[in-house]
Design a protein around this ligand. Structure first.
Ligand SMILES: [Zn+2]
Length: 197
């Protein structure tokens, strides 16, 4: 399971193992079928490669383990997505800009490359496809975070829905969405439905 948390620290701060910049251990197991009222224990870190417009390198993610059921919880700084190298905030901002821009994807990627030289068209298409694949999960999470975001009227076509979703996330602020979504669903909006997160 993964938890996103608010932080004022930068990715650079997470490039060394530092317990102090992570939330303290949950007081109760967050897995519903366990839910034992027992404080989770520190369970080391895992390293991941992280890329944003301002940082590129390894960062360390704190893990806690439930002493009863033995399952682990990863504590992810709000800008970071499990199993993705690029910043979740950058991904949201880039996609939002793309849907606003009316530019061709080729032209748009050339522009993004000025900040993120390694980004390719296939990344953007992959994120878009993943959002469409996760439409039900995302809609479910959005409804819990912000009930006023429930879509009214006819069901929009996928690409129009993605654009509307990204507009809503911008208004909410990407980090508020990322933390809120993880809190309500235990997943990220780009989680593969086939993965046990
Ligand atoms: Zn447990």
């Amino acid at each position: 399971m993964q938890f996103s948390f608010y932080t004022d620290c930068t990715a650079q701060d997470f490039s060394v193992k530092n317990s102090k910049i992570f939330p303290t251990a949950p007081e109760r197991c967050p897995f519903k079928d366990c839910s034992m009222p027992v404080k989770l224990k520190k369970h080391g870190y895992y390293s991941k490669f992280y890329i944003s417009g301002t940082f590129s390198g390894v960062i360390y993610i704190r893990r806690y383990i439930c002493p009863i059921c033995g399952r682990t919880v990863s504590m992810l700084p709000m800008f970071c997505l499990q199993r993705f190298q690029y910043s979740g905030i950058d991904i949201i901002n880039i996609l939002h800009e793309f849907y606003q821009s009316q530019m061709s994807l080729r032209k748009f990627v050339e522009k993004v490359k000025l900040d993120l030289p390694t980004i390719e068209r296939r990344h953007i298409n992959y994120y878009r496809k993943r959002i469409v694949d996760n439409r039900k999960l995302i809609q479910y999470g959005l409804n819990l975070i912000s009930p006023e975001f429930i879509f009214a009227g006819t069901i929009p076509e996928n690409q129009i829905w993605v654009k509307t979703f990204l507009d809503k996330v911008q208004r909410l602020h990407p980090h508020v969405f990322l933390v809120g979504f993880s809190k309500t669903t235990g997943k990220s909006f780009l989680t593969s439905q086939n993965m046990i997160a």
